[in-house]
Design a protein around this ligand. Structure first.
Ligand SMILES: Nc1ncnc2c1ncn2[C@@H]1O[C@H](COP(=O)(O)OP(=O)(O)O)[C@@H](O)[C@H]1O
Ligand SMILES: [Mg+2]
Length: 257
């Protein structure tokens, strides 16, 4: 049984149909990548799944339960966490506080308080260690360079102990050395058993990590399957990879603000 299922999901902003009748399913333990040109509707789809901005129509099931009507905090408490395309953090707070707050609000019951119990502290420290920030916990989040900020956003999501993680362009803004480190980190997270749904432009990372790829264009599916098949698909090359070829597919990372 899929852990996440989208059935005919659409998202309209006024007259603009950003996601159009999209259906797909993610199996437990998979790393599933979503690729497509800028404006294809990828982030809008994540906003629908995570409850940040609800779908206009369609059904979204997480662990066989319909979630399309739920709010973001309710969805995160079911075990579905996400990160954002731009690195968001409480900049004036420490790394540890950021992760504690993520864990508390994303996970604990209906009345979270700012009292962090021992379990919360342990989970936060575990998440920081897993993300390579074990020795940075007292630094201010605002003082971190870009890769560390991305690690922090991942640790904040993992402190919720999610079963599934949505990652919106985790490789954006990273140089090749940093990208290699992020590939390693996402591999480690996937090995812990967390299912990963990832939007990404960096083809080298998609090829290294993804079990399956879904390609969308104008909010609609144009291909889905294993990387070996999808990246050779004529329509995919035409509408997406073709644009990126001057740089070579492995270096392709169009700016996506
Ligand atoms: N909050 C919003 N209000 C209105 N239009 C939006 C909003 N968010 C995204 N869009 C539009 O929806 C389309 C899809 O955007 P987005 O989901 O961000 O694409 P992607 O993440 O694939 O680049 C774009 O045309 C974008 O301008
Ligand atoms: Mg986007």
């Amino acid at each position: 049984m899929p852990i996440l299922e989208c059935l005919k999901v659409s998202k309209a902003y006024g007259g603009l149909l950003a996601v159009s009748d999209l259906s797909f399913a993610v199996e437990p333990g998979e790393v599933y990548a979503i690729v497509g040109p800028n404006g294809a509707g990828k982030t809008s789809l994540f906003d629908c799944i995570s409850g940040v901005n609800p779908a206009t129509s369609g059904t979204i099931k997480f662990k066989d339960r319909e979630i399309q009507g739920l709010r973001a905090h309710q969805i995160s408490r079911l075990g579905l966490a996400r990160t954002f395309q731009t690195t968001v953090a409480f900049n004036s707070q420490t790394v540890l506080t950021n992760v504690l707050v993520g864990g508390a609000f994303g996970r604990d019951g209906d009345n979270p308080t700012l009292w962090f119990n021992n379990q919360a502290q342990e989970d936060a420290l575990d998440a920081l260690a897993l993300c390579g920030l074990g020795n940075q916990q007292r630094k201010l989040a605002g003082a971190l360079p870009v890769l560390a900020r991305k690690r922090l956003m991942l640790a904040t999501a993992l402190a919720m102990r999610p079963q599934m993680l949505l990652l919106d362009e985790p490789f954006g803004g990273l140089n090749p050395v940093e990208r290699a480190q992020m590939i390693d980190l996402i591999r480690v997270v996937a090995k812990t058993g967390v299912t990963i749904l990832m939007i990404e432009h960096v083809m080298k990372a998609v090829q290294a990590l993804a079990d399956r790829i879904l390609v969308i264009h104008h909010g609609q599916q144009i291909a889905v399957g294993p990387p070996s098949k999808v990246l050779r698909d004529r329509r995919v090359i035409e509408v997406y990879l073709g644009n990126l070829m001057p740089m070579g597919p492995e270096e392709a990372a169009p700016a996506d603000a």
